[in-house]
Design a protein around this ligand. Structure first.
Ligand SMILES: Cc1cc2nc3c(=O)[nH]c(=O)nc-3n(C[C@H](O)[C@H](O)[C@H](O)COP(=O)(O)OP(=O)(O)OC[C@H]3O[C@@H](n4cnc5c(N)ncnc54)[C@H](O)[C@@H]3O)c2cc1C
Length: 129
């Protein structure tokens, strides 16, 4: 099965990685010339990637039961297990979680390494629609 992920941002890298782990052939299409530009800037480059105090009330949505359903399926525990699988050591500051190095580029490097390992095709500078 070929899965095309439209986005080389944080969500796209996560989706592509998990899809590749499931055995699918995966392609990422990103309109910019670089992956994860916004993630690199996140929390001043320190990569605050998760908050332990995560629940549906922290989201803007007119369908909070749906948000809750999604978080029940893939919430803090599942997100942490992906980071563990990527070999990213975690540092806690209050409820905020950072990579141990406090460098978002280390998160991006780990994802790119994993994508390369699973032969995920990355197409840059290509906008869909
Ligand atoms: C200065 C700054 C500080 C931040 N600090 C934090 C923080 O401390 N903690 C935190 O949790 N979050 C923080 N964020 C927010 C965090 O960076 C974003 O929530 C996260 O990057 C969102 O990821 P995403 O994958 O949903 O979207 P994005 O990172 O925006 O990724 C979407 C990608 O899809 C691509 N794309 C869009 N449309 C198309 C198309 N039609 N065709 C091809 N490609 C397309 C875009 O170019 C982009 O690369 C911060 C953001 C900024 C800018």
């Amino acid at each position: 099965m070929l899965i095309t992920v439209i986005s080389g941002g944080a969500a796209g890298l996560m989706a592509a990685t998990v899809a590749a782990w499931s055995g699918a052939k995966v392609r990422i299409i990103e309109r910019k010339g670089k992956l994860a530009k916004k993630l690199l800037a996140s929390s001043n480059g320190r990569g605050n990637f998760l908050n332990l105090d995560t629940n549906e009330t922290h989201y803007n949505s007119n369908n909070l039961p749906f948000v809750k359903k999604v978080l029940d399926i893939f919430g803090v525990v599942q997100t942490l297990s992906v980071f563990e699988e990527l070999g990213i050591m975690v540092k806690e500051k209050g409820t905020k979680l950072f990579p141990y190095t406090e460098k978002s580029k280390d998160i991006v490097t780990s994802f790119i390494y994993e994508l390369e390992k699973h032969n995920v095709e990355v197409v840059l500078n290509f906008q869909i629609f």
